[in-house]
Write a protein of this length. Structure first.
Lengths: 295, 295
């Protein structure tokens, strides 16, 4: 088995290969001024089963490159080809929210399933789709959850209260609290307009306490900032955030700041200065489950 | 038959539909801050054969979007689906120039052939590949040449001399001159390094005359600028350029300027301020050849 990384995933890909004690190579990437990509395989390439490691934030260039790479490796008779994408793109457009909208989740899922035999990802944003396999119909689709890693991280603050900012986040908050024993609750988010939401806090006494908002991802930071504002208004001493995917828009940090959030913590699913939890061990154990097929 | 455009191809797509007297719709495109694309079909969509009009400069986002769109339209039982891409991407990486390099032309050609039944393009950059169909194995692959349109445009300067800057451009220069009757010649380009070329001019007396450099595309502008410099040194009065594809890098205009080039003229295959030749009529006649299959 070998792991292939890209310049944008070199560090976690290499850490994973080291952890597993398997071969590692980095695909060389050049982007021309006209927007085309040129890929060069590492000279160390072996013909064993191959897992490509690449997180799929800002995905379009990456998808075209993965398409080319997967076809090239198939032509070289690589026996099995998998993708490790800690962040999986295009999962949010899982229905036509307005007439005529394309359901990108299905199309991109089909593209990935065409390229790869297997997929490993972390906390995919699945709402109206019940399983990862339904979204990305590969042979084996493994969806990992960094629950125990997050619980371990939060042990430093045993008295903190964990809050999910909306009902969708209940599953993460409850799973973490089950491991860590933290007090926890879930807020209720009502969307009043495109950028206006009302947050109803759970009935927990937050006065003078440290709160940690827990969610699968942050993009605009709007919901988390609103929830933090509401908690501070109720007398919370400090509010931090812990997310799996730090998919921050340009203005998200100032949004978090304006909401009074102290620290943002994230896993390294998407590379970002807020990364505090490495997913290496979690992904390594999933790879071990697949290892039989990749010898 | 209907033509579908994108916001980036609206003007030429609409002009083509008007010229052909067929239905036209524009696909709505939204790019999210996280780099994902959302497409919305026009409400006027019919279920007839469909030609999508989109030039493929800066192609990666566009390729992902075309993949999604083609799958969506197939699901709606559109009977035949074609692509009109006046500029066709990824044709230059048609071999591994260094060990391990992926041959992008083949992979992207395969992707396009998966999405579309037919392809219409203009002056594709084919060197080591002998036919367009070999590069993009669709049912019908039509490669158009704006020779007569360029000859028509150059009639304003009957005494100009047409020069191809290298042997690869000989085919365009000779074809245009055959129609326009201009005196013409072809220079010889020797590549001395990554960014150094030596230009050997043809034995034509250029003193005091207007020269027009003719090529299929301009990207860095380096070759054209060098050729212009050599012509002006030999006493040329004025040097202009005429190309099919204005695929200019960021520094190309200052490169042309430093080479002493007066005007850059191009077709509208890629939208650019230098566009002076509309390809509508040329593309319309090719569409008419396909029309039988698109009723």
């Amino acid at each position: 088995m070998q792991i292939l990384g890209f310049p944008d995933s070199e560090q976690p890909a290499q850490a994973l290969a080291r952890h597993l004690g398997c071969d590692y190579g980095c695909v060389e990437l050049h982007r021309f001024p006209d927007g085309e990509s040129r890929l060069t395989l590492p000279s160390s390439l072996s013909s064993s089963g191959t897992l490509i490691f690449r997180s799929l934030d800002h995905p379009n260039d990456k998808l075209v490159e993965l398409y080319m790479l997967s076809r090239d490796l198939r032509e070289r008779d690589i026996p099995r080809l998998g993708l490790i994408a800690p962040y999986l793109c295009y999962m949010r457009q899982d229905t036509a929210f307005h007439e005529g909208e394309l359901i990108s989740q299905q199309h991109i899922g089909h593209l990935l399933a065409q390229c790869f035999d297997d997929l490993i990802t972390v906390d995919p944003h699945l709402h109206r789709t019940s399983t990862l396999h339904e979204a990305v119909p590969v042979k084996r689709a493994l969806s990992l959850h960094p629950t125990t890693l997050m619980a371990e991280f939060l042990k430093t603050w045993p008295d903190a209260v964990l809050i999910g900012p909306d009902s969708e986040s209940a599953q993460w908050v409850e799973a973490i609290a089950r491991h860590s024993g933290h007090e926890h609750g879930v807020a209720n988010k009502q969307r009043l307009g495109d950028r206006t939401v009302r947050i109803e806090l759970p009935s927990i006494n937050v006065k003078g306490r440290q709160l940690v908002l827990v969610d699968d991802m942050i993009s605009t930071g709007h919901t988390l900032a609103q929830a933090a504002g509401a908690l501070l208004e109720r007398g919370a001493d400090r509010v931090d955030c812990l997310v799996t995917h730090a998919l921050l828009d340009r203005d998200a940090e100032s949004m978090l700041h304006s909401g009074g959030i102290d620290k943002l913590w994230s896993t390294d699913a998407i590379s970002h200065p807020s990364n505090v939890i490495a997913l290496t061990s979690l992904i390594a154990s999933a790879v071990s489950d697949l290892a039989e097929s990749y010898r």
